[in-house]
Write a new protein. Sequence first.
Length: 255
Amino acid sequence: MGEVAAPVIVFLLVISAWHLIVTAGRISPVVMPGPMLVLDAMIKIRSDLLAALFRTLLAALSGLSLSILGGTITAFVFSQAAFIRRALYPYAVLLQTVPIIAIAPIVIVVLGRGFAGIVLISCLISLFPIITSTTTGLLQIDSGHQDLFRLYRASRWQILMKLRVPTALPYLISGIRISSGTAIVGAIVGEFFVGSSTPGLGVLIQRKFAALNLPELYAVVAVSTVLGAAMFGVITLLGEAILKKWYGMSLSGRR
């Protein structure tokens, strides 16, 4: 109850402070709408919001799935030899640092405007944390266990699947948890630059901003924030359940 009550109290305090600032300062709704205006706007455009939310969520889940697959395979390769990591890891870092605004034109040329381009951008943004976390986990094996596997002439594949992967699982889940939030950001950013005939949350934000409809703009931003937090929370709960079942521990390392 304490873990739930504390964020709820903070949320209520923030909403109350927001309402007081808008009311006491007599701030125009054109500049900053109050929370009740935002709630009314959210109810008014709820059908558009739900459709856009589903579209963005689908793109984010698709991008996250691709990043989990690609990031895990890349981490497996990195864990096999130090010279491979030295040769290829800098390019993984570069992938994280290249601005999406620079990649977007290339994505549009290759894939065109639409869902596939949005998924690719979401994947690129959420890929690096999985590569880094999983690679770290695959290398954090006990030297005694490794010597024991070698003593019994275990193959590289057996060492990978029976020693490295079980050790790396908490790290992989931690990386997925971080990437779950960035996948939502990637999907919304992808919608900003790539666009789509079926609007997601990013397209709605652009449209509401262009129309200077601040209450509806705030409503879309609020839904985007809730979506990111919800996805992070679901991934965290799933990760906790997996680790408690297999290891008797949580993501924080508590048993």
